[in-house]
Design a protein around this ligand. Structure first.
Ligand SMILES: C[S@@+](CC[C@H](N)C(=O)[O-])C[C@H]1O[C@@H](n2cnc3c(N)ncnc32)[C@H](O)[C@@H]1O
Length: 268
């Protein structure tokens, strides 16, 4: 069994370090503080897909470092609330918001998003979640909550990199799961659950190849800075994360795990 490996505490706790910043730039091209498989192209498409406007009120579930949410607040001018369970991520996001003068537009709260969401019905114009739902138990309830807090006509988008596309060994599953709790799903299950939650006009995009590429770039960017990262994370964690990233690269490269992007609407 693979040992538990920390990804998020070190990424958010060391967010401002040059080493971590250079790793993000080399992995994604543009630094939105990502800790996911979202490419810069996908990041740039999200505002159009969700039809975000300056008067939109947006929820990001699992905002990570907060960098992308703040980019949206700046670029679109929309108001935004973010939820994440990681306290270092919440601290980082609120510090960034303050430093960029965006405190009145973006608010970040610590919250376990697998529980009922702390918002009234019909509150948001859009909700999105990049590579987070796979970490949450109870997906039918999570999707039902996302549906509930959206206004009629509201748009939702999430990605899932844990769709089983082929044969996986217990060791591969253990390495792929070494950074935390994960739910793997068969193809078609997210579509069925979205429909059951009430969503309509569901569209699915296969982004498996770009996820494999991001995992390789992330692995290689870290390998180049091994000395600094070992000093920050410890050698056991450094090696564990490198194994995790290699595993993602291989499994998505061979399409044994797939990453899909789901878009859906709460019809009015
Ligand atoms: C793969 S990262 C994605 C972060 C960000 N969306 C991005 O694209 O960089 C997954 C995020 O989910 C958060 N997370 C995990 N379990 C959670 C939970 N139960 N409730 C809220 N957030 C959770 C983690 O703290 C982490 O920030």
């Amino acid at each position: 069994m693979s040992q538990k490996v920390d990804l998020y505490d070190s990424a958010y706790g060391n967010y401002v370090s040059d080493t971590y910043r250079h790793v993000r730039i080399e992995t994604y091209g543009e630094d939105f503080g990502q800790t996911s498989w979202v490419t810069t192209e996908e990041s740039n498409e999200i505002p159009q897909l969700l039809d975000l406007r300056p008067d939109s009120f947006v929820l990001e579930v699992g905002f990570g470092s907060g960098g992308y949410a703040l980019h949206l607040a700046e670029k679109v001018g929309c108001r935004l609330v973010g939820l994440d369970i990681n306290p270092l991520g919440v601290r980082n996001a609120n510090q960034l918001a303050l430093a960029r003068g965006l405190g009145s537009m973006a608010r970040f709260e610590q919250c376990d998003a697998s529980k009922n969401l702390p918002f009234d019905d019909d509150s948001f114009d859009a909700v999105f979640s990049n590579d987070v739902l796979c970490h949450l138990p109870g997906r039918p309830e999570v999707l039902a909550e996302m549906f509930r807090i959206l206004k009629p006509g509201g748009r939702m988008l999430f990605s899932d990199a844990l769709i089983v596309g082929g044969l996986l060994s217990n060791e591969e599953i253990a390495t792929r799961s070494s950074i935390g709790f994960y739910v793997y799903s068969p193809p078609g299950e997210n579509e069925r659950l979205l429909e059951r939650a009430g969503f309509r006009r569901i569209r699915v995009t296969d982004t498996t190849e770009s996820a494999s590429r991001v995992a390789k770039q992330w692995h290689d960017a870290r390998e180049k800075r091994k000395e600094e990262l070992v000093a920050a994370e410890g050698d056991i964690n450094f090696e564990g994360l490198q194994r995790f990233l290699s595993c993602v690269h291989t499994l998505t490269g061979e399409k044994r795990l797939l990453r899909y992007l789901y878009f859906a609407i709460k019809e009015s």
